[in-house]
Design a protein around this ligand. Structure first.
Ligand code: AMP
Length: 279
């Protein structure tokens, strides 16, 4: 596996790759099976796999966990090497944001929904860095996790609106055996918080079971999910919503594919999870 630290190095590495389908997996590192599932999908569907590790400062709010975000770089390298990744791109912050960088990509409307409500500049940071990474790597396919469903909606819209020549592939949420959605932030949880955190996936199972009994009113389904979170003393709800997966607008009735998404704080850690109904 070749490791590139500058944009120039990355572009030079890619010049040697002609006529092959490039698959790209952008990450912030602290890799787990969720990330590796994207890498495996990329290996299967493309001929040359690029993974990036970049803890992107512009997607963190002023009081968020940028400084303490886990960065187990050596361990991540070992995992990617084992998966047969061709090139790893790990730019330092100054490569991606040189002094004076003031240009951003904003996906209007979508960026203020779901996570964008409580993290106001988050999706602007995500769209900006993903767009920059796409320009650098120029992938044919890019792989994202359904775990970050609102991010998927933002990226898809950006790619469509800006005519970016890349196909977005979305991979299913990878969970721990007890249902907790894998996340780099799970590392922050104490043993007690780890067990409280199960309320998120449990609440979505509850929503699904009410749906399976025939309930189609979004408000009733969301209330069933919220109740599970609110019954857990260590959890604080951020949002619980049933929305159209493309527009992220709330729906009243489940008449087609509907994203049911939850975000909650467990201690100081903000966790997200979701499920799709009606497919
Ligand atoms: P991150 O490092 O958190 O920015 O995540 C990098 C990519 O991995 C994103 O596309 C995430 O949606 C995806 N991802 C993170 N956790 C999971 C998971 N549990 N299952 C599937 N994909 C995931």
């Amino acid at each position: 596996m070749q490791t590139c630290r500058t944009i120039t190095e990355m572009r030079a590495a890619l010049r040697a790759v002609t006529g092959r389908k490039i698959g790209f997996v952008p990450t912030m590192g602290a890799l787990h099976e969720g990330h590796l599932s994207l890498v495996r999908a990329a290996k299967t569907q493309s001929d040359f796999v690029v993974v990036s590790i970049f803890v992107n400062p512009t997607q963190f709010g002023p009081n968020e966990d940028l400084a303490r975000y886990p960065r187990p770089f050596e361990q991540d390298c070992g995992l990617l090497e084992k998966e047969g990744v061709d090139t790893l791109f790990v730019p330092p912050v100054e490569q991606m944001y040189p002094p004076g960088a003031v240009t951003y990509v904003t996906v209007e409307e979508l960026s203020g929904k779901l996570d964008g409500k409580s993290r106001p500049s988050h999706f602007r940071g995500v769209a900006t860095v993903v767009s920059k990474l796409f320009h650098i790597v120029q992938p044919d396919l890019a792989f994202f996790g359904q775990k970050d469903a609102a991010q998927v909606a933002v990226i898809r819209r950006m790619v469509r609106d800006l005519d970016m020549p890349v196909r977005i592939v979305v991979c299913p949420i990878v969970r721990e055996p007890d249902g907790l959605a894998m996340s780099s932030r799970n590392a922050y949880l104490t043993a007690q918080e780890r067990s409280t955190a199960l309320a998120l996936s449990r609440s979505l199972q509850q929503v699904r079971s009410v749906f399976d009994k025939g309930e189609r009113r979004a408000a009733v389904l969301v209330a069933a999910g919220k109740q599970v979170i609110q019954a857990e003393p260590g959890a604080r709800l951020d949002y619980y919503e049933a929305v159209d997966p493309d527009s992220l607008d709330p729906v009243r009735e489940i008449a087609g594919p509907t994203l049911v998404a939850v975000a909650a704080y467990v201690g100081a850690t903000r966790l997200i999870d979701n499920t799709t109904l009606g497919i």
